[in-house]
Ligand binder design. Sequence first.
Ligand SMILES: Nc1ncnc2c1ncn2[C@@H]1O[C@H](COP(=O)(O)OP(=O)(O)OP(=O)(O)O)[C@@H](O)[C@H]1O
Ligand SMILES: [Mg+2]
Length: 244
Amino acid sequence: MSSLLEVVGLRAGYGLFSVLHGLEFHVKEREIVSLVGSNGAGKTTTMRALSGLIAPAGGLVRFDSQKTTGFSPSQMVERGLVCVPEGRQLFPEMTVRDTLMVGVSTPRARAQRQENLERVYALFPKLKERGGQLCGTLSGGEQQMVAIGRGLMSAPRMLLLDEPSLGLAPTIVKQLFQAIIGIREQGVTVLIVEQNVRSVLTFVDRAYVIENGSVELSGTAEELANNPDVVNAYFGIGSKENVH
Ligand SMILES: Nc1ncnc2c1ncn2[C@@H]1O[C@H](COP(=O)(O)OP(=O)(O)OP(=O)(O)O)[C@@H](O)[C@H]1O
Ligand SMILES: [Mg+2]
């Protein structure tokens, strides 16, 4: 299986402030891979650099065998890499249905609009019932469904999810992780940032531990879940939202 996303020696930051110092990882087609690590480690910065929101200072990003380093967000969406940002970023006064339609931003997505809408409703049946409701009146879990649904309406080959479980109750987190497995079953590759390390390692294929802007550890979910360093350092984090 070839890598859909390949990241080699990625460096990025904000102005003179350097955050990523030569990050290396890859994601194969149809994998679910997680980036974990403590606050400020550079996970969101990685997502931003991959989706074109910030320009890398060095290194290489290859998506679908093509060099995409420095591509704009719309170029990345066009190629099939779509990010669901940290904090959901919905407009409270916009309805669920209109928000989903915001994701239909490329000719490719327009061509598959009805099919993608059916897929989103299959994953999140509640969104079909709540089509006319304003996003600001939805629960946190429903808002996260809308944010992911909007991403899926862009017809991604790969979905980047930045802390989708943040602030959600354990049962909702469990449902959300089930939906992410469903997204992979629909043929979409997933890269998910999570602080809830113990929970995320129950359903992803592999994970990378990022600290201070580089990969400190990597392995299969099982390897990392059995690694005493990972258990000691990270299994406390997000334990309130632990889905076990
Ligand atoms: N827009 C910005 N301008 C300047 N510095 C930033 C900006 N965004 C993030 N940083 C800094 O970059 C570093 C990495 O931040 P980043 O958001 O990537 O961390 P993270 O791993 O996603 O953390 P968290 O788990 O808290 O979300 C931090 O030191 C942060 O203060
Ligand atoms: Mg973050």
